[in-house]
Write a protein that binds this ligand. Structure first.
Ligand code: LLP
Length: 427
């Protein structure tokens, strides 16, 4: 069920009209629905329960990079979520939001010494290590701190995720993970290092996957490795399949979370994978987009309508710096007039004020709008705010979370003076 819907010709987030949010907080503003977030997280949590999994046998680690607002992290943490992070900054966010570091897994190809130290000092659940060089560095850092680092190796299963090349990560030619054929050797190295404790195995093959077949294929390849490792006495406690399930931006029909998880757990059960205590192996997920993507919209106002010789432009007060996805991936986002008008629609390109031809949010959309109208750019909850920038010295948008008929400001609009606060003149 969508938590953004029309009532009497006006678009609401839950029980709150978007016009009221614009009046109260201005625009551009990201608006999230608390109920949608909770519902999407529950799709994972309930599917785990239905497949007889508890925390010790299944853990959902929300991918912080998709939307890292503290209120979002806090809400998910309270619902029992762990967190998948890719930087020290994301770890500090999780902690500031009250998240449990013991449920944090640290992914990413370029972890620095400082990030390793920070994560070790907070006792995170696991480092998802992406190369032998990283393994050696982590061993050294943990040794200096008199600790053992819990490690999972990210293997690259060489499976085609059949998604946009920029967000496909599981093929041999991608920079991510350790090549499948080199994984056994890397595990042997890891098992022999004194300050490394091998606890898991992981993979992540890409994002915005509509079908679960490539994920289940990746799972099979990972399970084969787990089996071969066990034969060598390297026993894995958890298997992390990564994130990647897509959402509907237009009319895509992504696999239902419950169906995907049932098929996945059935495979894991068939193999009877056990941890070192003889208990079932713990399965982990790192979903981002499927939890937050359709739980948010970007609210913008039409500054000008420009009727050109060949095209009509709706110039809005949100831009590529607020929502990068169209400029970067030619991504499609729905655009809805917040208040529906009875006049005939015209075809518009919806563009921002930034000085780049790539600054567009949507192309060739039929819209019945006038100057000053509000637009909602749909499905903008994931990789929207987190990928925003200050290009053209534009302060970043405000963020609001709606809970029923209440709207809470969860990030203030950035003011121009804040943009150059860290800069200084020459002496
Ligand atoms: N785990 C790892 C290791 C990842 O790299 C990612 C996303 C995820 C989990 C979460 O994947 P999700 O469930 O959200 O598909 N900026 C792009 C998406 C980049 C995805 C990067 N990795 C976009 O706007 O489409």
């Amino acid at each position: 069920m969508s938590h953004f819907s029309y009532r009497n010709g006006e678009l609401y987030a839950e029980n709150t009209p978007l016009t009221q949010i614009a009046k109260q907080f201005g625009s551009p503003t990201y608006v999230y629905s608390k109920a949608a977030l909770a519902e999407n997280f529950s799709a994972y949590a309930n599917a785990c329960k239905e497949n007889r999994r508890d925390d010790s046998t299944a853990l959902v680690c929300y991918s912080v990079k998709s939307n890292s607002n503290l209120a979002v992290l806090n809400l998910l943490g309270r619902l029992g979520s762990g967190f998948d992070i890719v930087s020290g900054g994301e770890l500090l966010r999780v902690i500031a939001a009250g998240g449990d570091p013991r449920k944090v897994i640290f992914s990413g190809v370029g972890k620095t010494h400082d990030e390793m130290r920070l994560a070790l000092s907070h006792g995170i659940l696991c480092f998802n290590v992406e190369s032998t060089a990283e393994l050696l560095r982590l061993n050294e850092v943990a040794g200096e701190m008199g600790k053992q680092a819990p490690v999972s190796l990210r293997v690259n299963p060489n499976v085609d995720a059949k998604t946009h090349p920029y967000i496909s990560t599981g093929l041999k030619e991608n920079k991510f993970g350790i090549a499948y054929d080199e994984a056994l050797a890397a595990y042997r190295t890891a098992a022999a290092l004194p300050h490394i404790r091998v606890v898991g195995i992981d993979c992540h093959i890409g994002s915005q996957l509509l079908d679960d077949a490539p994920l289940l294929e990746a799972l099979e390849r990972v399970i084969e490795l787990v089996d071969r490792l066990a034969a060598e006495g390297i026993v894995i406690h958890h298997l992390d399949i990564g994130g990647g399930i897509g959402i509907s931006y237009d009319d895509e029909k992504p696999v239902a979370i419950g169906d995907y998880l049932s098929r996945l757990f059935a495979k894991v059960d068939k193999w009877r994978l056990l941890n070192h205590k003889g208990a079932p192996i713990q399965v982990m997920f790192e979903p981002g987009r499927s939890i937050v993507g359709n739980a948010g919209v970007l609210l913008a106002e039409v500054e000008y309508l420009k009727h050109g010789a060949t095209k009509n432009f709706a110039i809005v007060n949100a831009a590529m710096n607020d929502l990068m996805r169209p400029a970067m991936y030619e991504a499609w986002h729905g655009v809805q007039a917040v208040v529906q008008r009875a006049q005939p629609a015209k075809t518009y390109d919806v563009v921002g004020p930034v000085c780049e031809s790539g600054d567009w949010l949507a192309r060739e959309r039929a819209l019945a709008i006038e100057q000053g109208d509000l637009l909602a750019i749909m499905s903008a909850g994931a990789y929207g705010m987190t990928m925003s920038s200050n290009y053209n010295s534009r302060g970043r948008a405000a963020e609001v979370m709606v809970d029923g008929d209440r709207a809470h400001l969860i990030r203030q609009r950035e003011m121009p003076s804040e943009l150059f606060r860290l800069e200084s003149l020459l002496p």
